[in-house]
Ligand binder design. Structure first.
Ligand SMILES: [Fe+2]
Ligand SMILES: [Fe+2]
Length: 160
């Protein structure tokens, strides 16, 4: 991690960022030019910064942002249910997050509603921040623009 990433942010998400299963998200392409791990880190860091600025629960925003796409399958190869991917993956991400990490109800709800308007209405300010940050990051990533943590050299993922 580059030194300009706020240590307070890293403290809020350190258990997630050191989990091998979670880091496997780096094996999946997401929005063409990035991996699902880098996309999740972007959403998380932007949500954390925004939540802090707005006086919201920055830790919940960072954690739910990081976990919002915690599903370990390639949707092109099939999905675990018959639902469309847009509706299916938030449920899988919430279930994986609950099974792997100590997440709060607020974090779970934010993960479940991140695809709004495809899916449930966000119920908290943090959930609104995450659904907005997800859309912003998706647009930017599709156009191959490095933002937040994907700017060159800010994050290096090691396989060990
Ligand atoms: Fe998603
Ligand atoms: Fe996403």
């Amino acid at each position: 991690m580059s030194e300009d990433i706020d240590p307070e942010y890293l403290e809020d998400v350190s258990d997630i960022l050191t989990n091998r299963e979670f880091l496997a998200l780096n094996c999946f392409k997401h929005h063409y030019a990035t991996t699902r791990l880098m996309h999740s880190m972007n959403v998380s860091y932007i949500s954390w910064l925004l939540a802090k600025k707005l006086g919201c629960d920055a830790k919940a925003a960072a954690r739910a942002g990081l976990l919002h796409d915690f599903f370990l399958y390639d949707p092109k190869q099939g999905r675990p249910s018959r639902e469309l991917q847009a509706f299916c993956h938030p449920k899988v991400a919430a279930a994986n997050s609950k099974a792997t990490f100590d997440i709060t109800e607020k974090e779970k709800e934010a993960i479940l509603s991140h695809m709004f308007p495809l899916g449930p209405l966000p119920k908290t300010q943090e959930a609104w921040i995450i659904t907005g940050a997800d859309k912003l990051c998706a647009c930017v990533e599709v156009f191959h623009i490095g933002i937040a943590l994907t700017r060159s050299g800010r994050v290096v993922v090691s396989a060990a």
